[in-house]
Design a protein around this ligand. Structure first.
Ligand code: EPU
Length: 335
């Protein structure tokens, strides 16, 4: 079933809480709904607006927004310790994590409390605490707009990388994700290597699924603002990946700079640390600011427009460039 809205306010549909409107928004459930919508003709401008957790509207959207609302989670197959699970695109990601943890299924617990929906998880390959959606996603189901047919893409063809996938590039604007298939396991596979996770898990009595979920939730709550209280879109910037000599030169000057190995001998730096050390953490200008506990996150203190956020982000980038000679790119989708 579809539900249609015209000239609708997006304020409650984007976690930044900016006040913009969309000319047309359709909530859909099934592939047939999508067939029906696109049978009217492919609109010149359209996109998927899922949970609105990684988007910043800087103006009214004059096209069609499609929002998935189907929320079924099904077990497709159980083979030994391995369980294949299918989640429809409209499932809240954290509901899926809770569902898995309740059933003793390992694989997504480190991704607890990431805001957004399951259908959006593969797009930016959501990640936290040493894990990524790509570790468990095996297939992605999608509606291909040009052919009006359903396609299933194996993970090997999804082009997953750090906050990257084919859905941000070759398939952008061409498909609508309708479901994801994950492979979870009954065999315990605790991944505690990142930051404070191990300490928080031990404090709760050891590496059970429930303890890991609770530890991750506690760490996130202590650092990241709740969008229901303070508008934000999680990390506004991506962690920059630089060539090894660039990282070495910086490390000579700042030996305590966090850095992580990245593919092809490159080095990932922590944009939060760079912004923090550039003196911008907690910095506020008008209605926009750098969050006081996690410098990667920009927040809307209330009433900020998308334009104000962009102008502020520009100044943050400039400050990091002046101080460290490093470019930090936005992670959030800016419209
Ligand atoms: N740091 C600072 N100051 C800050 C923030 C961070 O010095 O204000 C330092 C930390 O002390 C640490 C390093 O920078 O040494 C990395 O910080 P943290 O572990 O908090 O992670 P992050 O790299 O800042 C990434 C993800 C987060 C994810 C965390 C945990 C990106 C863009 N962000 O942040 O994802 O929760 O790791 O895994 O990769 C999101 O994407 O919206 C998001 C919140």
């Amino acid at each position: 079933m579809i539900r249609e809205f015209h000239q609708i306010s997006l304020r409650d549909r984007n976690s930044f809480g900016v006040e913009q409107r969309a000319a047309h928004l359709v909530e859909f459930e099934t592939p047939d709904d999508l067939r029906e919508i696109f049978a009217r003709g492919i609109p010149p401008r359209w996109m998927v607006l899922s949970g609105g957790n990684n988007v910043l509207f800087t103006e009214d959207y004059d096209g069609l927004l499609l929002t998935p609302v189907a929320r079924q989670i099904t077990i497709l197959e159980e083979r030994g310790e391995t369980i294949r699970v299918r989640a429809e695109a409209g499932v809240e990601w954290d509901d899926l994590v809770e569902w898995a943890v309740e059933r003793g299924l390992w694989g997504v617990e480190n991704l607890s409390l990431i805001p957004g929906k399951a259908g959006a998880a593969p797009v930016q390959n959501i990640g936290a605490y040493g894990c990524e959606a790509a570790d468990t996603i095996r297939r992605v189901e999608m509606f291909c707009v040009e052919t009006a047919t359903m396609l299933t893409l194996d993970a090997a063809h999804c082009g997953f990388g750090y906050r990257e996938s084919v859905f941000k590039h070759a398939l952008k604007g061409r498909v609508v994700i309708t479901a994801v298939e994950l492979e979870l396991s009954r065999t315990p596979r605790p991944r505690l290597g990142y930051g404070d996770v191990e300490r928080e898990v031990e404090a709760r009595g050891g590496a059970t699924l429930r303890n890991i979920r609770e530890a991750v939730c506690a760490i996130r709550r202590s650092k990241l603002p709740d969008p229901a209280v303070l508008g934000n879109a999680g990390s506004f910037f991506k962690n920059p990946v630089v060539e090894a000599p660039v990282a070495e030169a910086l490390l000579a000057e700042y030996p305590d700079m966090p850095h992580y190995p990245a593919p092809e001998g490159r080095v990932k730096l922590a944009a939060g640390w760079l912004i923090d050390r550039a003196g911008m953490k907690g910095h506020r200008e008008g209605n926009v600011g750098v969050h006081e506990r996690q410098a990667l996150v920009l927040v809307n203190y209330g009433g900020a427009t998308g334009g104000e956020v962009i102008a502020f982000a520009h100044r943050v980038r400039q400050r990091v460039r002046e101080r460290f000679g490093i470019e930090i790119d936005t992670e959030v989708n800016i419209l």
